[in-house]
Design a protein around this ligand. Structure first.
Ligand code: COA
Length: 188
C-alpha cells in the first residue's frame, strides 16, 4: 500500500502532459465521456450524469493511486493553458503474482487521428516498466476496434489471438483480442 496521498508522477511528451486526475476534472471530462461513440468498444458505459464522471476521477482514481499504479492518467494537451483532460490512459495490475499489467486508454472524439493515444501510451508503458517492473503488459481489444489495434501495432505490442465469444456485453457475445509486450521487448 502506498501513502493515501500518493499520486503517479506527471509525464511530459512532445504534445502532451499526462497527470493524475483530480475531482475538479469532472465537469470538463463529463461531456467527453458521455459520447456513446467513445464507448462503442469499451468495457465501461458512456457517462450519463456528472456523478458517473466524479466516481471515475475521484473514487476509482484514488483506489488505483493507493496501489501505486500509473492509472488513470488524465491526457492533457501541452498547448491548452487550462490543462483540461481530453482522455485517460493508464497501466494497472491484471495479475500481480504473475507480474502482468494491462494498458487501457481512451481519447475524446475531436482529437482522434492525430497519433495522440500512441504518444500517451508510449510514455505510460515506459513509466510502468520502470516503476512497477511487470514482466508483461497486455491489452484487450473488443473485436471490430481497428483504431485501437493500430495504436497497439504502433507501440510494438504483439497480437496473441482472440478469445472467441469471451465477453457478454450489451446483449451479445464479443470476441476479445489479446495483445502484449514483454519486458525484454520494450525498447527502453
Ligand atoms: C482507439 C483510440 C484510442 C485511438 O486513438 P487515436 O489517438 O485516434 O489513435 P491514432 O491517431 O494513432 O489513430 C489510430 C487509428 O485510428 C484510425 N483513425 C484515424 N483517424 C480517425 C478518425 N477521425 N476517426 C476514427 N478513426 C480514426 C486510423 O485507422 C488510425 O490508424 P493510422 O494512424 O494508421 O491511420 C480512439 O479512437 C478512442 O479513444 N476510441 C474510443 C475508446 C476506445 O475504443 N478505447 C480503446 C479500448 S481497447
Amino acid at each position: 500500500m502506498m501513502p493515501p496521498d500518493w499520486r503517479p508522477p506527471t509525464l511530459t511528451t512532445e504534445r502532451l502532459v499526462l497527470r493524475p486526475f483530480e475531482e475538479a476534472d469532472a465537469p470538463a471530462l463529463f461531456p467527453l465521456a458521455a459520447n456513446p461513440r467513445v464507448t462503442r468498444f469499451t468495457l465501461w458505459e458512456h457517462h450519463r450524469t456528472l456523478d458517473d464522471t466524479l466516481v471515475f476521477v475521484r473514487d476509482y482514481a484514488q483506489s488505483r493511486y493507493m496501489e501505486g499504479t500509473p492509472e488513470p492518467y488524465a491526457i492533457t494537451l501541452k498547448d491548452d493553458p487550462a490543462g483540461l483532460p481530453v482522455g485517460a490512459v493508464g497501466c494497472f495490475w491484471a495479475s500481480r503474482p504473475n507480474a502482468a499489467m494491462e494498458l487501457g486508454y481512451w481519447l475524446a472524439e475531436p482529437y482522434w487521428g492525430r497519433g495522440l493515444t500512441a504518444e500517451a501510451c508510449r510514455a505510460v508503458v515506459a513509466e510502468a516498466f520502470a516503476t512497477c517492473h511487470p514482466e508483461r503488459v497486455q491489452a484487450r481489444v473488443i473485436a471490430g476496434n481497428g483504431p485501437s489495434r493500430r495504436v497497439l501495432d504502433k507501440l510494438g505490442f504483439r497480437y496473441e489471438g482472440a478469445l472467441r465469444s469471451a465477453l457478454f456485453r450489451r446483449g451479445r457475445y464479443e470476441d476479445v483480442l489479446y495483445y502484449s509486450i514483454l519486458r525484454p521487448e520494450w525498447p527502453m
